[in-house]
Design a protein around this ligand. Structure first.
Ligand SMILES: NC(=O)CC[C@H](N)C(=O)O
Length: 302
């Protein structure tokens, strides 16, 4: 495995230069593009990593999985009255579908859906940002994980599009808390700084029937775990979810910080990171690395 990871990173490194680091959030635009890391964490507790696997980055939309899991844990099936679990076929920050569908987002992994999930959690937690930070610290086994205040502030300064979505949903009666407060929570989740090792560990319960070994927590039931993985498989990479299923064949979740996490149910979690994105907002070299890994090991769930 170790040799394979080194080989894959060498093979995909030449792709760096062909994508574009996200700069619509100015604090992300300054991240050096020339970085590439990968971590594979087995259910047996073995960790393999290569490249910049220990360099923290902004998890961005990968946090949408943690928010969804918190919402399922604390609000249960009722959350699906507020949003769906259908792929959107639209960019992650699209507004058009939201108006047509009367303020009910297609799924929890596009921005509108994640904002509704944060609104649901805002009603449940006295301190949503701290609850989230502590949740990921437990899941990853790393008590040093922090929220990058500069990134969160930068996102809040440039919140027009996310704010538009939230206010549109409020106009349809699908938003219950103060919009600005929920936006703050959402941005602080996105601004969590974690590295590939942290994320591979934090997602391991999704490869292990909902049980997180190192924290001793049954995070989700077996059935809920299958459901979250199914939404990752159909919607985790926005309008590129089909391409990801075709090329990688695993439940996955990406973020505009350049991270992608993928789950091999019953076996492994993988996190790959490289900041340059393709046109859909997914890590360009990261996709290629996961495709090679899944092809070489025959990991597709399909
Ligand atoms: N796809 C992403 O990672 C988007 C998250 C980002 N914080 C946003 O709201 O635009």
């Amino acid at each position: 495995m170790q040799a394979l990871l080194n080989e894959i990173l060498d093979a995909v490194r030449p792709l760096i230069g062909q994508g574009k680091v996200a700069d619509y959030i100015p604090a992300l635009g300054t991240v050096p593009a020339n970085q590439l890391g990968i971590a594979v964490y087995g259910n047996d507790g073995e960790m393999y990593c290569a490249g910049d696997a220990e360099t923290p980055f902004s998890v961005q939309s990968i946090s949408k999985v943690f928010s969804l899991v918190q919402a399922i844990d604390h609000s249960g099936e009722a959350i699906w009255e507020r949003l769906g679990h259908e792929p959107s076929g639209q960019p992650f920050n699209s507004l058009v579908q939201l108006e047509f569908e009367r303020g009910r987002p297609r799924n929890p992994f596009i921005n509108a859906g994640a904002l509704v999930i944060c609104d649901i959690n805002q009603s449940r937690f006295a301190a949503p940002t701290l609850s989230m930070r502590d949740f990921v610290r437990r899941l990853s086994g790393n008590p040093q994980i922090m929220i990058d205040g500069k990134v969160a502030d930068s996102e809040y300064q440039h919140r027009a599009r996310n704010a538009a979505m939230a206010y549109l949903m409020q106009s349809f009666g699908n938003f219950h808390n103060d919009v600005e407060a929920v936006l703050r929570s959402y941005f602080s989740h996105c601004a969590l700084r974690m590295n590939c090792i942290d994320l591979a560990r934090a997602f391991c319960f999704l490869a292990n029937d909902g049980y997180c070994k190192h924290s001793g927590e049954q995070v989700l039931t077996r059935r809920q775990t299958q459901q979250v993985n199914s939404i990752m498989a159909t919607s985790g990479l926005y309008d590129e979810a089909g391409n990801f299923a075709y090329r990688v064949g695993l439940p996955g979740k990406s973020g505009v910080g350049g991270g992608i996490v993928a789950v091999v149910p019953g076996q492994f979690t993988v996190c790959v990171w490289s900041p340059e994105l393709n046109a859909a907002g997914n890590s360009l070299a990261g996709m290629a690395a996961l495709e090679m890994l899944s092809a070489r090991i025959g990991w597709s769930v399909f």
